[in-house]
Design a binder for this molecule. Structure first.
Ligand SMILES: Cc1cc2nc3c(=O)[nH]c(=O)nc-3n(C[C@H](O)[C@H](O)[C@H](O)COP(=O)(O)OP(=O)(O)OC[C@H]3O[C@@H](n4cnc5c(N)ncnc54)[C@H](O)[C@@H]3O)c2cc1C
Length: 655
């Protein structure tokens, strides 16, 4: 069978190429209309595709989990990447700091070259194709549910490589889908934060009081300045370089680098402060001497005019305000204390209210799928066989300079190579010979189980067993015996001579109790109350299990509930575990209640759902859990029609 690679960015293209070179049939699925949308904007459109740093220096630039990278980098490093592109006809050049670019200074040339290699290797590229859910059975990947031009398809595969990027620059397609899919497969996703990102910041109080803001300096670039980040009384970062003021704060290479060290402060909730040394090349003494000299020469010149020789004009009022000085004062009259205040401001222009800008402006996502759950040699998940992860999805991030793309190339190559290799001595996985064609749908409350079960029954001709209606049929039996809901012993005894079954007449469900059609009484208030109260008794559930199993022996059925795949029909032909995030389920329930004209509060519903999930999952008798061989469908991002289509595809549509 084939290898599916999800995500046509740097890591995905590399993974697909290496898997195909192993001789496997490979499909690369990308939700955008073209491959490598993010690559086009890398390196300001020039694509700084790697860095020539030696391994140790390279790993020194990786902020999180550098050790995890060692093996992938050893088998496909920066020189291997450069050779791959140059051999394919793309000349490269190396610039300051070991940064490697295509000679053409055109990022799209990198994508074009990779596309050429993918074609030559026979990779099938499916554009406008979005992965919506993974198909996992018995802790093994079986395929992916995709949406293409609004149509849902279940695509079987032995191996699936997730290379779906992080959350940064979502306009390029990296919208965090990969994290959702990985979480659903059981993976841990560490806390994510924007990184290599500008800062929101204001000036300190005296400067603000003078009505001055970074926005007022928007566009002003400072070269050869030093930027210091402090938090919790400690220095977190200090480097020299270039920065720029913007309408929200500051940006520029120095600022992006500093942001990688801000994440820890953000996570700890420590307020951050930035300080810009405008004269890092001078010692304090040298600066003092220079000011004294200039003061002497200044004569009647205003202080602000003199400072024009030290700073860009626009910055002069900012420095004066921070130092508490009047720019109209004559420079020559500056006292020693005033000169000290001026030096302090020049050596440390303070910026407060510092915070990171958001993912839309971040070069990289900090955090991701925990590398503890991934094999560093093969990038295979340690939780799901045949599932691989690569690129920015992983909890790896590095400095600017071509390092992040090399992480994508190296992890992509490792995943592709491993996924493309045939598993030796692996027993042929046969689809189990199952004698029935039942569909069991389990899942938490409000996940849409009964809606889907009914729709699927209609399409397949299977009998939909409404377990709620069966409990109500039993309740009628107890009421007719004159039993009270609290009489557990009486109810237990009455179970013995109750036979409830379901039939369809003209397509309408009928419930029979000991041969009598009791459908008209099912909706009575007292029936509902008795059904709900009696269903908590273990003997009633046991009896119901027997009746449901009897029904399933007679006909192929679709049944939904919380223990259908695990307890009632453990050998069902197809088991589905239908779920959705608590937020989405609460939203659905909320809309349902409003449509019925009932009052509802979204937050209360969400809390109730979460409490119910917990109770269902921890109850003693038949707790809610996913059967090992059930296919998990996360319907958070799917419509009812799409879920139905996915189930039908998994079932194979045959009656
Ligand atoms: C402005 C900018 C400039 C940068 N410049 C550089 C640079 O010069 N050098 C450098 O080393 N790094 C740079 N980076 C970082 C670099 O781009 C990333 O590290 C790299 O692109 C990560 O590659 P990836 O394949 O893991 O993820 P991505 O490139 O984000 O690719 C993921 C792909 O998966 C697709 N996808 C997502 N969800 C689905 C789904 N449900 N179904 C199907 N497809 C899906 C997305 O559409 C996307 O195409 C830059 C980043 C930005 C934002």
């Amino acid at each position: 069978m084939s290898v599916l690679v999800i995500g046509g960015g740097a890591a995905g293209m590399m993974a697909a190429l290496f898997a195909a070179r192993e001789g496997e049939r490979v499909f690369l699925l990308e939700k955008n209309e073209k491959l490598g949308k993010k690559l086009y904007i890398t390196g300001k459109g020039r694509c700084n595709l790697t860095n020539t740093a030696e391994t140790e220096a390279f790993l020194g630039k990786v902020f999180r989990n550098p050790r995890f990278l060692r093996s992938a980098l050893a088998s496909f490093d920066n020189t291997a990447m450069m050779s791959l592109l140059e051999d394919a006809g793309l000349p490269l050049k190396t610039e300051r700091g070991g940064r490697v670019f295509p000679q053409s200074d055109t990022a799209s040339d990198v994508t074009r070259t990779l596309e050429k290699l993918l074609r030559a290797a026979g990779v099938g590229v499916l554009l406008n194709t979005e992965a919506v859910s993974l198909i996992i059975k018995e802790k093994r990947i079986r395929g992916v549910i995709t949406r293409q031009n609004g149509r849902i398809a279940a695509r079987p595969a032995d191996k699936v490589i997730l290379a779906m990027g992080g959350l940064s620059y979502p306009s390029t397609g990296s919208t965090g889908d990969g994290f959702r899919l990985a979480k659903n497969a059981g993976h841990t996703v560490t806390e994510t934060l924007p990184s290599l990102v500008p800062f929101n910041a204001s000036f300190s109080e005296p400067v603000r009081a003078a009505g001055l803001t970074p926005g007022g300096l928007s566009g002003l670039t400072l070269k050869n300045v030093s930027l210091k980040l402090t938090a919790g009384g400690k220095k977190r970062y200090e480097e020299q370089g270039e920065l720029m003021f913007t309408h929200f704060g500051i940006t520029g290479p120095l600022v992006l680098s500093a942001s990688a060290f801000a994440g820890d402060c953000v996570l700890k909730g420590e307020p951050m402060e930035l300080s810009v040394d405008l004269k890092p090349a001078l010692t304090e003494d040298q600066l003092d001497q220079r000011l004294i000299r200039d003061q002497k020469e200044a004569g009647r010149t205003a202080l602000s005019t003199m400072l024009g020789g030290y700073l860009p004009r626009a910055l002069v009022p900012v420095i004066l305000a921070q130092a508490g000085l009047d720019g109209a004062e004559k420079a020559a009259r500056l006292s020693r204390e005033e000169r000290s205040a001026l030096i302090r401001a020049l050596r440390g222009l303070i910026m407060t209210d510092v915070s990171l800008r958001g993912f839309p402006e971040a070069v990289i996502t900090r955090g991701g799928v925990s590398v503890r759950e991934v094999d560093p040699r093969t990038m295979e998940s340690k939780l799901v066989r045949g599932l691989y992860l690569a690129g920015e999805m992983l909890d790896l991030d590095a400095a600017t300079g071509g390092y992040n793309l090399q992480i994508a190339w190296s992890t992509g190559a490792a995943a592709g190579r491993a996924a493309g290799q045939k598993e030796k001595n692996m027993e042929e996985e046969k689809r189990e010979e199952r004698k029935n064609r039942h569909i069991a749908i389990d899942g938490p409350g409000s996940s849409g189980k009964s809606t889907i079960a009914k729709l699927v029954a209609k399409e397949t001709g299977l009998i939909y067993v409404d377990t709620g209606a069966m409990f109500r049929g039993m309740a009628i039996h107890f009421l007719r015996q004159g039993l009270d809901a609290s009489d557990e012993a009486g109810i237990t005894a009455a179970c013995a001579d109750a036979d409830v079954t379901i039939a369809y007449e003209d397509g309408v469900q009928q419930v029979y109790l000991n041969g009598e059609n009791v459908t008209p009484y099912l909706r009575e208030e007292k029936t509902g109350q008795m059904a709900s109260a009696s269903s908590v008794y273990a003997p009633v559930r046991e009896k119901m299990k027997g009746l449901q199993q009897k029904l399933a022996r007679e006909k192929d059925v679709v049944m939904d509930g919380r223990d259908i795949g695990t307890v009632i029909l453990p050998d069902a032909y197809l088991k589905i575990y239908l779920t959705a995030s608590a937020e989405v389920r609460a939203e659905r329930r909320y809309r349902e209640l409003l449509e019925k004209g009932q009052e509802a509060d979204l937050e209360t519903i969400r809390k109730e759902l979460e409490e119910r999930d917990w109770r269902d999952m921890h109850r003693e008798i038949a707790p809610l859990r996913q059967a090992e061989d059930a296919v998990r469908i996360d319907s958070s991002q799917m419509t009812v029609e799409e879920v139905k289509e996915a189930v039908l595809q998994l079932y194979g549509r045959e009656k």
